[in-house]
Design a protein around this ligand. Structure first.
Ligand SMILES: [Zn+2]
Length: 462
């Protein structure tokens, strides 16, 4: 009788606070022990020789949009290609969003999105509930409480999109923050200043892809961040800012945290590694996102935020539109579908630019991409760390191996990539999902079991 199902043998394991050459022992999909590697053969049915490889806890991406309807189109990545793309990128758990309209009960939005996702994703998944309109819901606080009992504990609201009827005003935010606090949930905010952006869009319309950048200068983000922090402080509630793109947002959140406000920030690889010169490229409109990529100075500020703890997580905001979808803009930046692929390249980008670039350590990378998002969204300790008892979601990569980004060889359905041709290290070679090998030799294993819905518990401040 073998004591364990799988042993990951001799890996340089990135543990919550340190790195050790370890044997990771797995039984029934969970990590049963992490032992110091001695060279003795573990009693396991399958031994994965990981000597010379780095082992990370599977990445938890707190922000993806697969199969997202946007006007009369849908993202190029659906749940199948999106989740295969995730696994190939070492992301074993994703959080997607509900898509119900204003006034639809939250429970209905959650049930229908979960029905769409069921059996479709190859990685594990959880769900954020979007609140398109606080005012149009009957007893929204009570609806939040019920959703939280069903494992949906984070609620996304928008400070922009008045024109789509989706803008949360200050009173909505304040009430939602109070309600989230009383039921142990978390408000996730898209913080941008609506009326100023609308004004600047009108001013810069007709200026092509550059106009997109000019219409959303950094203050259109950090003004909204600062304002929302006032309501969070007043409500004594935690708050989570999605996809931060401005360096000054990180500064403001850092200062708020120092005053005891439970504010968390998320940034994305595109804001850390690209700058607004992309909008002058021939296909500059491909890079349009919301918010948009800002300046080199902003990237530097966001890296500092990650290092100093003002920013808690890295999410990808993967929202893939292909060239045909992007090319329908006709020179008008307001007509570009906003979003880019990202989930498949996030780990190699953060490893190469962050760890090898000397900005963060490997332990910090794992904290920012796995433990912290899992904690913030209430998935910890089941997800997010190589610890005893956790799901055996493990990423192995060869630190010497490097490869250029090439959309033609990726799992994503997208026919372009923002990092095309960029040489990166940190590409996952083997990925285990709950103890089962789902990626081997960098490619998804055919016929591997599908992902599961992972209910979120109470979000924790990180
Ligand atoms: Zn998003």
């Amino acid at each position: 009788m073998m004591q364990f199902d799988v042993a990951v043998y001799g890996a340089d394991a990135v543990l919550p606070d340190s790195r050790h050459i370890s044997d990771i022992l797995i039984k029934n999909g969970r990590i049963t022990a992490i032992l110091k590697h001695t060279g003795r053969k573990p009693a396991a049915r399958r031994i994965i020789d990981a000597r010379g490889k780095t082992a990370l806890s599977g990445v938890v991406d707190p922000h993806v949009h697969f199969k997202l309807p946007a006007g009369n189109i849908v993202t190029a990545d659906d749940f199948v290609s999106g989740s295969l793309s995730a696994l190939a990128g070492g992301v074993t758990t994703v959080l997607d969003f509900t898509t119900q309209g204003a006034g639809t009960p939250l429970a209905g939005g959650i049930a229908s999105r979960l029905e769409e996702m069921k059996g479709a994703l190859h990685c594990d998944y959880a769900l954020h509930c979007v609140i398109p309109s606080w005012k149009k819901l009957r007893r929204p606080g009570e609806q939040m409480r019920r959703a939280a009992l069903r494992g949906v504990t984070s609620f996304k609201m928008f400070m922009i999109y008045e024109s789509r009827g989706m803008r949360a005003d200050d009173a909505d935010l304040y009430q939602a923050l109070l309600a989230s606090k009383s039921c142990g949930a978390l408000v996730c905010l898209h913080a941008e200043s609506d009326t100023i952006i609308n004004h600047l869009i009108a001013v810069h319309r007709g200026e092509g892809a550059r106009g997109h950048a000019r219409s959303r200068p950094d203050f259109t983000e950090w003004e909204a961040v600062g304002r929302a922090l006032v309501w969070a402080e007043a409500a004594k509630a935690g708050v989570y800012f999605v996809h931060l793109s401005a360096g000054r947002s990180a500064e403001i959140i850092g200062a708020a945290r120092a005053r005891g406000i439970q504010a968390m920030g998320e940034t994305c690889p595109q804001y850390l590694t690209l700058d607004d010169s992309i909008f002058s490229r021939k296909n500059g409109h491909y890079y349009a996102t919301c918010p948009q990529v800002k300046t080199r100075k902003d990237s530097a500020g966001l890296w500092r935020g990650l290092r100093e703890g003002a920013i808690s997580t890295v999410g990808t905001d993967s929202c893939t539109f292909n060239t045909a979808q992007k090319n329908r803009w006709g020179g008008d930046f307001t007509k570009i579908p906003y979003g880019m692929p990202g989930v498949e390249t996030a780990l190699p980008l953060l490893y190469t630019r962050g760890v090898l670039g000397g900005k963060i350590s490997l332990v910090e990378l794992s904290r920012l991409m796995s433990a912290n998002p899992a904690k913030a969204m209430g998935l910890y300790p089941r997800k997010g760390a190589l610890i005893k008892g956790a799901d055996a979601d493990i990423v192995l990569f060869d630190p010497r191996f490097s490869k250029a980004v090439d959309w033609r060889k990726m799992q994503s359905n997208c026919d372009w990539n923002p990092y095309q041709g960029l040489k990166l290290k940190g590409w996952p070679e083997t990925v285990l999902l709950r103890g089962v090998v789902v990626v081997e030799g960098g490619a998804p294993v055919k016929g591997a079991p599908k992902g599961r819905f992972t209910p979120c518990g109470r979000p924790t401040f990180v």
